[in-house]
Every structure is written in structure tokens, then in C-alpha cells.
Ligand binder design. Structure first.
Ligand SMILES: C[S@@+](CC[C@H](N)C(=O)[O-])C[C@H]1O[C@@H](n2cnc3c(N)ncnc32)[C@H](O)[C@@H]1O
Length: 212
């Protein structure tokens, strides 16, 4: 997605944020060289945020909702301890094939379990409380994913949701997606079960902590 933030600011912020591993760099460059709609890939600052949150919270069991070529899944796996696990879902077989080839080259790849199912099915299957979930699949279903993830999250657990500014349309609300995301931003902000912060990095990232 196009970012709302000015390009000079984005460049400065990325230049002063730690860089990806060599394999994540390779994943990004191959995604842009070989996949349709490569801009679906998560932003670099969002990936670094996920890694920081995993390290700070000492998360072990993580869900990645919408894998694409595996950038967020691999970034999170790299931050997890040896007994950490990422469960992820994707419905595009080409993206799954791509990600599997990259994960096979990573010493953290064993932590990632890929399921070729819809996000809602993945969330229904989760039986262990999640420490952290990253939501980045079908935007129209974000409100459903939010409620479902919250149910599956342990108290103190963290939810990160991407594209919550939707290139500024969450503010202007000129598209259906913009309206849905604006309503969700408002719902989360009023939700007494959580505390949150909407960060204006990349395409807008909601960071949410479940209180109880
Ligand atoms: C924005 S991309 C995810 C980017 C990824 N998190 C990354 O870091 O590169 C969204 C992905 O979700 C997948 N997707 C869309 N609807 C889905 C659904 N209902 N269940 C599972 N995956 C879905 C799409 O095929 C797409 O690859």
C-alpha cells in the first residue's frame, strides 16, 4: 500500500530503524522482482515493531494473519526464542510456494507453521492462548479478526493491525475499506478491554494490548 507519510520522513525514519536480516532483505527483493502486487508486503518499520514487541513481551506463541511471501512471519520467527512458534495462513498457493523456499533457508524456519486456509478457520482452530497476533489479511474482515483474536489472546497479549490508515482513506472515508477501518479504529479506541496506540508508520499500525 501507498504510505500516508511524506517520503522524506519515511526515508529518515527507515534510515534510523534497524535493518532486516540478509534473508529478509532477499525475501523483499525477490517479492518485488517476482510477485504480482508486491506492495502487499508489510513495511520495514512494521516488521521491526513486531520484533521489538516480541522481545519486550517475551512472546512465544504468535499468529500471523495473512502471510503473503512470508516477510512478517519470518521477521517474527527471527525474534522468537528457540521454543517460539508462528502459525500463519495464506490462500494464494504461489505465495505459499515462495515463502516455503525462503523459510527452508532460515535457521528460524522450523518455528513457522503455514496453513493454506482462510484466516477465520485458522483463528477457530487456535487452542493455546496467543501471546501476540499480527492482522494483515482481507481488510473487510478486520472487525471479525479483531474480535476473534481478542478471544484467543492471553491477558496482557498484544495485537498489531496493519493498514489502519489505508493511505489516508481511514480519515477521508471515500471507500468501503476506508469506512470499515475508520469504524474499527474508533471501536478499538473505545474498547475497555484493551489499551491502544495508532502509529503513523508505514500505512498506519494499531498496537493493542489486552488488559484482562
Ligand atoms: C497484505 S498481504 C500480507 C503481507 C504479509 N503480512 C507480509 O508481511 O508480507 C495479505 C495476504 O493475505 C492473503 N489473504 C487474503 N484474504 C485472506 C483470507 N481470508 N485468509 C487468509 N489469507 C488471506 C492474501 O492472499 C495476501 O497474500
Amino acid at each position: 500500500m501507498q504510505n500516508i507519510t511524506d517520503q522524506t520522513l519515511k526515508f529518515y525514519v527507515e534510515s534510523n530503524t534497524q535493518t532486516d536480516s540478509d534473508l529478509c532483505e532477499e525475501l523483499r527483493s525477490k517479492t518485488f522482482n517476482s510477485m504480482e502486487f508486491p506492495e502487499k508486503i508489510s513495511g520495514r518499520c512494521t516488521a521491526q515493531l513486531l520484533k521489538l514487541l516480541i522481545n519486550i513481551s517475551q512472546a512465544r506463541f504468535v499468529a500471523d494473519i495473512g502471510m503473503f511471501t512470508g516477510y512478517s512471519a519470518l521477521s517474527m520467527a527471527e525474534a522468537l526464542p528457540t521454543n517460539g512458534r508462528v502459525i500463519t495462513c495464506e490462500i494464494n498457493p504461489k505465495a505459499i510456494k515462495f515463502a516455503k523456499q525462503i523459510f527452508a533457508k532460515s535457521s528460524h524456519g522450523y518455528k513457522i507453521s503455514i496453513q493454506q486456509i482462510r484466516a477465520i478457520q485458522l483463528l477457530e482452530q487456535v487452542s493455546t492462548p496467543l501471546d501476540l497476533a499480527y492482522i494483515d489479511a482481507d481488510k473487510k474482515l478486520y472487525p471479525v479478526y479483531y474480535q476473534k483474536v481478542l478471544e484467543k489472546l492471553k491477558p496482557g497479549g498484544i495485537i498489531v493491525i496493519d493498514n489502519m490508515l489505508w493511505s489516508g482513506d481511514a480519515i477521508k472515508q471515500e471507500t468501503d475499506r476506508g469506512k470499515i477501518l475508520a469504524q474499527l479504529n474508533s471501536l478499538i479506541t473505545k474498547d475497555k478491554r484493551v489499551e491502544n496506540l495508532l502509529l503513523a508508520i508505514d500505512d498506519g499500525v494499531q498496537v493493542i494490548r489486552k488488559i484482562t
